[in-house]
Design a protein around this ligand. Structure first.
Ligand code: HEM
Length: 335
């Protein structure tokens, strides 16, 4: 074993030396121009013992020099970590992202098939209470519509080439993708604004309170008919949605701004880190929002009214937000 590993080390040194002095040591290295090897997992062909070009560059820690122009990064000719980054983006994140998004869609579908729409137990009372004012609803829909556009155009970057290109053909796909990219860049601004306004409007209702434990203990009451844990304006599940939007929204926004205006600070590694963070948190938020869209529409009778007209049925309010309903009625001088 030891002999094999020291043999491969010798080969590596020879290969690196060959590269340094401009003489390629393997047939493969001669055929593949430096930096144009697009296969991150490239290895020598069976029977050849020389290390791959990727191994050689890794051993060299890249090809770096100094430049006298202001753009110092131009001194980095080859950055081997870029191959690992590309493999992470193109394989790990792409497949985990698909699991997360399709997993969530499957979960919500299964939940709907088993549990069905959560109905107002006592039926609608016909009397309503205001839940969200016009400004809150405007801000919600601005954030929501921009997020949906961002999610679709962002997913196009990750999966479009695999899913849409074969369906649309190269011309239509490239026109759509160029448009989608522009749309993604511009829609980011109403989304960021919406998240900040949401934070200001709703943060006071999203701190933990004593009702949260009860909500958790009873599974939010969503698995059992007739069970309704008490809650103030937002229950624990909604607080999860709120803080996911805030935390993931903040990370996606900052990393997205960095990608829009690259290299404000840091070097290539920072750019790569931002791209990874942007994708991971975008996938997490898309999955959370799929669950949110379901429960705010098809999943629960009466919920959509809150964001559509701003008024909810009193019985819905008593069942799902009993403490808030009592406080609101008391505040309005009602019994
Ligand atoms: C596109 C379809 C969407 C629908 C149908 C929808 C529906 C709703 C409804 C009905 C409510 C009020 C719930 C209540 O009264 O208790 C709500 C609240 C909220 N929405 Fe949406 N929404 C959508 C998209 C989004 C998106 C994309 C975001 C953020 C990225 C978002 C963030 C929020 C937040 C933070 C709340 C308050 C917390 C909560 O109720 O979970 N919504 N939404």
């Amino acid at each position: 074993m030891k002999a094999i590993s020291s043999f491969s080390q010798v080969l590596r040194v020879i290969a690196v030396a060959g590269l340094l002095f401009g003489t390629a040591t393997s047939a493969q290295a001669q055929q593949t121009p430096l930096g144009l090897d697009n296969n991150p997992t490239a290895r020598p062909m069976a029977g050849l013992t020389a290390p791959s070009e990727a191994d050689m560059l890794r051993a060299l820690q890249g090809v770096k020099g100094n430049v006298t122009i202001p753009d110092r990064k131009a001194g980095t000719l080859v950055q081997p970590q870029g191959r690992d980054w590309r493999a992470t983006m193109n394989s790990t994140i792409r497949s985990w992202g698909a699991w997360l998004v399709f997993g969530m869609i499957a979960l919500v579908t299964a939940f709907y098939l088993i549990r069905g729409t959560i109905m107002i137990d006592g039926g609608r009372s016909g009397r309503t209470i205001e839940r969200f004012n016009e400004f809150e609803r405007f801000n919600h829909w601005m954030t929501a519509s921009s997020f949906v556009v961002l999610a679709i155009t962002g997913l196009n970057v990750t999966y479009g080439r695999h899913l849409l290109l074969p369906l649309l053909g190269p011309e239509v796909f490239s026109t759509w993708s160029a448009f989608a990219k522009l749309l993604h860049n511009f829609t980011a601004f109403p989304f960021m604004l919406g998240v900040v306004v949401m934070l200001v409007l709703w943060i006071a209702h999203n701190f933990p309170n004593r009702y949260d434990w009860q909500w958790i203990a009873q599974g939010g009451g969503i698995f059992t008919k007739g069970v309704h844990p008490p809650a103030r304006k937002f229950n624990f599940g909604q607080k999860i949605v709120f803080w996911s939007v805030m935390i993931a929204g903040f990370i996606i926004s900052l990393s997205g701004l960095y990608l829009l205006f690259p290299f404000w600070f840091g070097a290539m590694e920072t750019q790569q880190l931002m791209a990874v963070l942007h994708s991971i948190f975008a996938f997490i938020l898309i999955a959370v929002i799929i669950g949110h869209i379901y429960i705010g529409s098809l999943g629960m009778e009466g919920a959509f009214d809150a964001m559509y007209t701003g008024q909810v049925d009193e019985r819905w309010a008593k069942e799902h937000h009993s403490v808030w309903a009592a406080e609101t009625k008391a505040g309005a001088g009602d019994d």
